[in-house]
Design a protein around this ligand. Structure first.
Ligand SMILES: [Fe+2]
Length: 171
């Protein structure tokens, strides 16, 4: 949170990153309770910092995920670099760049449920297509991969994605 403030992270984007962190941490804790090895602190910090590269004070790399990962690395948060770098929507299309670890998958997935507030996967993809109409075809290619990732996240859990807003008090 201090780092976000230091980089003058835009006020309007705090709701996005704190909601992404709430969702990702909730899922991490539930998975941990079911015996899945996951570092909840890494998930929380990576979720909070995943978009820091969008801050006006940030350097410019290939994309905002690369910039955010670059900042995490520079500040000595090595364990946050990959979860942050791999959260970019189209990473799932590349087996090398796609999220691999549970921490990486949870940050990626939670980010795809939240616009400014919680909107769910469909709402988020609708929002992305509206904001980046030239990338609609790429988003359509990502969609089945994201659905598969959702299935993987919820397989060990006794509730589904549709239960998240109620469980988290989001709407
Ligand atoms: Fe994000």
């Amino acid at each position: 949170m201090k780092l976000l403030a230091e980089y003058r992270f835009p006020e309007g984007a705090w709701s996005h990153v704190t909601t992404v962190a709430a969702v990702a941490v909730f899922l991490a804790e539930e998975l941990k309770r079911r015996g899945r090895p996951v570092r909840v602190d890494v998930v929380r910090a990576a979720a909070l910092l995943h978009d820091i590269g969008k801050a006006p004070g940030a350097p410019r790399d290939a994309d905002h995920a690369a910039t955010s990962a670059h900042i995490a690395a520079e500040r000595g948060y090595a364990e946050l670099v990959e979860p942050i770098r791999r959260h970019i929507v189209h990473s799932v299309l590349d087996p090398v760049a796609a999220p691999q670890t549970l921490e990486e998958k949870l940050v990626y997935y939670a980010d795809k449920l939240v616009a400014r507030d919680y909107v769910g996967l469909q709402g988020r993809f609708r929002d992305l297509k509206r904001r980046y109409p030239q990338t609609t075809a790429t988003f359509d290619l990502c969609w089945p991969k994201v659905l598969a990732l959702e299935g993987e996240v919820f397989a060990p859990l006794s509730f589904g994605a549709g239960d998240l807003p109620g469980l988290l008090g989001l709407g």
